[in-house]
Design a protein around this ligand. Sequence first.
Ligand code: URA
Length: 302
Amino acid sequence: MSGEAEHLRAYVEYFRDLGVHDFYRRGEPVVEASAVEQVSAPVAEALPVTAHPVPEKVAVPSSAEHVVAVPVRPAPTPISSSRSEFLEPPNLKLVSFNNLAPLPEKRMVAADRPAALRAIQEEIGDCTRCPLAYAGRHKIVFADGDPSARLMFVGEGPGADEDAQGLPFVGKAGQLLNNMIGAMGLKREQVYIANIVKCRPPGNRTPEPVEATTCSQFLLKQIDVVQPEFIVALGSTAATYLLGVKQSLAGLRGRWHSCRGAKLAVTYHPAFLLRDPRQKAEAWKDLQMVMKEMGLKVPSKG
Ligand code: URA
């Protein structure tokens, strides 16, 4: 099945699970496979085009024996005329994490954080809140690292390795992230790593807005439990949803933003750096900005 078809099927299954079975506006019965008749090509050609459209991509040979499938009634009008309108309802507004919920009144003591994070994980359960649950997910990737970390990294969503292991950033991009953390003079176990979405988008595509906004509530709770002093948004998906703005990375890098009481910096996603290693120097500048603010030793030039 093609990626697009797989994607569509995940959405159909998602809506079915919600009890939506009829995707058509006018109450007309959906054409079932059994309602497709096999008729001979000359008959198909003779049918009025509007009542019985022959699918455009089906080449109808002239041979009288050859059969072609035609729907018995005209295709009903879909609810939404464009895919993006369907996946991005107009009321799905981008809201920064700061504006999604009030900040917690007080800091949770370190000793309570592991249990609080476990409670969030239990709340997520075997999640079916968004279509990614039906798109071939194996494991829900909650997070990894120190529940009291000063620094949190937020990526986009799990890839194949993360989906198999249930841990974020364990594939090739994860190795590079580990190196980046190491270059900052830290260990992976000292930071907290999470993603905008906790389930793998099929084919590693960018999460759809409905998926990201559905999942955000849990990342927000994780941030409020860990209460890092610093957050690094890895790539534009993380920056977009954490900050609630759709801007180029160039416009967001090199300065401080705020997120849930933390100072947030934006840098390139490690997967992007693997594709374009020339940008590593730029990413290093971003990390040095973070190190300086954290009071970590920034290596002198030379
Ligand atoms: N890319 C991400 O954004 N997150 C992961 O966990 C792995 C790859």
